[in-house]
Design a protein around this ligand. Structure first.
Ligand code: O2Y
Ligand code: MN
Length: 548
């Protein structure tokens, strides 16, 4: 890769075994519009997915593979998603003509002999066929055949489109398998919160892309001096099953982090800043004259001689030096925050599930749902306001149930049904919370400092789980009483706190109209239990409006 220019060597003194890859400039992010779920019945893919019939999809896309790898090296990449010895892990084999993809898969999964040894003579693996072909977006397709557990990807070498173990297998195909087999494949980070006695409570959290999952999973706790510490198990995907003791246990199917570089710095994620100094592939970042990676929002100012992600000399006032979706690919084991239990084969018991999104006005800092069914409703009605980096449009509300809109491999209504069915299988179901780190005041300023301070919200959840924290009942769920949050050492006024925790019934009644429209799209697949929850919320809201 160094010889043919696929890789540029970074400064091997300060960044040993680190390399920079520049992707084609028309191939810089996963492409939802070109991603298809190919089931025999359109209804099985549901209204939130692009759909093609399997035969039609294969007839259309097979010719794009014809001769596509000619003159290239073809890599056969056997890999395990999940810890090598876990009974809950699964095997995939990706065929690819991209050395960069093969090298990235080596970081993001347990790849090579370990996978072949585990596979033996079994044919129990998910095949994935990948070719860069001519990288023409007109001839780019990411196809999933969940009925035969097969993936075809052509025309892109980037991230979620090309590292087939990640979004394609571990979420889209796995979510289908999980429903068939009675487990859950979720777009969730997994973390452990250690308390002063040394006990660790595990939590999994689903936020839409670009809402800070990696930063939360790797947080340096602001309450470390009080004995509260956060341990990382995973930053993006959780596979969860009902264990024999009736707990919900999670494994991280991945072995690395494929994180967004811009905005990452010593304040937002000190642990990853430490981790990415070795054995890391950088994609589409800028490079300094001393051959170190650089991006907007890193700790240092741009220096003369900076070269942008296209390979051109960068000048102040020009466009961004690093692409907004530029990435680092780093082994998870390198994070100082990695839990000593992150590869436990049986997985870790989950006591809290957390949903969240970016809501400038609507949602309070945190609230707790009443029970599993209500918690599923909270997840199903999740939404987030877009940032410029994600879509180019700022502040557009996108409904993203359980953060799975781009990743659920089947009908979203049936997915909600599967969530509802999982609760009663659990002896003590996790408590379900919703968080919003992004509430703003009338001047548009963030009300909550975020990052390491978010541990204060995790601590409130832990205290609720342990039955020691107070809450105020509101129509949407239970919010902290101001004194139940641990705020010492943080300068935050009582007014700001009240604003952060406020629930405005009129705003929520408006929100319910948008939920109505979304639910209507799911037609007869929408579970009755969620309609019940919707009615119950409407009645609590109208009571609260009258009362106020
Ligand atoms: O643009 C891409 O291909 C990457 S998308 C991604 C990467 C890591 C973790 N999550 C995501 C996501 O979009 O949710
Ligand atoms: Mn993700």
């Amino acid at each position: 890769m160094l010889k043919d220019g696929t890789y540029l060597e970074l400064n091997q003194k300060s960044y040993p075994r680190c390399y920079l890859h520049r992707s084609n400039s028309n191939d810089v992010a996963r492409t939802e519009g070109l991603t298809f779920i190919c089931t025999h019945k359109k209804e099985d893919a549901g209204p939130t997915n692009n759909w093609m019939a399997p035969a039609e999809a294969k007839d259309k896309v097979r010719p794009l593979f014809d001769g596509a790898m000619k003159g290239r090296t073809m890599y056969v990449v056997p890999y395990i998603m999940g810890p090598a010895s876990s009974p809950y892990s699964k095997i995939g084999v990706e065929i690819t003509d991209s050395a960069y993809v093969a090298a990235s898969m080596r970081i993001m999964s347990r790849m090579g002999k370990v996978a072949l040894d585990r596979l033996g003579s079994s044919n129990d693996f998910v095949p994935g066929l990948h070719s860069l072909a001519d990288l023409n977006p007109e001839r780019r397709f990411i196809l999933h055949f969940p009925e035969e557990k097969l993936i075809w990807s052509v025309g892109s070498g980037y991230g979620g489109n090309a590292l087939l173990g990640k979004k394609c297998f571990a979420l889209r195909i796995a979510s289908w398998m999980a429903r068939e087999q009675g487990w859950m494949a979720e777009h969730m980070l997994i973390l452990g919160l250690e308390d002063p006695s040394g006990k660790v409570t595990y939590m999994a959290a689903a936020f839409p892309s670009a809402c800070g999952k990696t930063n939360l999973a790797m947080m340096v706790s602001a309450l470390e001096s009080q004995g509260y510490r956060v341990w990382t198990i995973g930053d993006d995907i959780a596979w969860m099953h009902v264990a024999s003791d009736g707990t919900l246990r999670a494994i991280n199917p991945e072995a690395g982090f494929f994180g967004v570089a811009p905005g990452t710095n010593g304040k937002t994620n000190p642990n990853v800043m430490d981790a990415i100094h070795r054995n890391t592939i950088f994609t589409n970042v800028a490079i300094t004259e001393s051959r170190e990676p650089w991006w907007e929002g890193i700790d240092s100012a741009p220096t003369p001689g900076l070269v942008d992600w296209h390979g051109n000399k960068w000048a102040e006032g020009k466009s961004a030096a690093a692409h907004p979706n530029s990435r680092y690919t780093v082994p998870a084991s390198q994070s100082p925050s990695i839990s000593s239990h992150w590869e436990d084969p049986e997985g870790l018991p989950i006591s809290a599930l957390i949903f969240g999104g970016r809501r400038a006005r609507l949602a309070p800092l945190v609230y707790e749902s009443h029970n599993w069914q209500h918690g599923v409703f909270v997840g199903a009605t999740m939404a987030s306001e877009t940032t410029a980096a994600a879509t180019g449009a700022v502040g557009v509300t996108r409904r993203d149930p359980m953060a799975m809109l781009p990743f659920c491999g089947y009908n979203m209504g049936d997915y909600f049904g599967h969530w509802l069915a999982m609760g009663p299988k659990l002896k003590t179901p996790p408590k379900i919370f919703h968080v919003n780190w992004f509430r703003r005041d009338a001047d548009g300023k963030f009300l909550w400092p975020g990052y390491g301070e978010n541990v204060r919200v995790l601590k409130w959840m832990l205290d609720r789980i342990e039955g020691r924290a107070a809450a105020t009942e509101t129509p949407i769920g239970n919010v902290p009483t101001p004194s139940s949050l641990t705020l010492d050492g943080l300068s935050i006024s009582r007014d700001t706190l009240n604003e952060l925790l406020a629930v405005n019934p009129n705003d929520w009644a408006e929100e319910e109209k948008a939920v109505d429209q979304f639910f209507a799209r799911l037609g007869s697949h929408l579970p009755a239990a969620l309609c019940q929850e919707q009615k119950a919320l409407a009645s609590r809201l109208s009571g609260a409006s009258v009362a106020s």
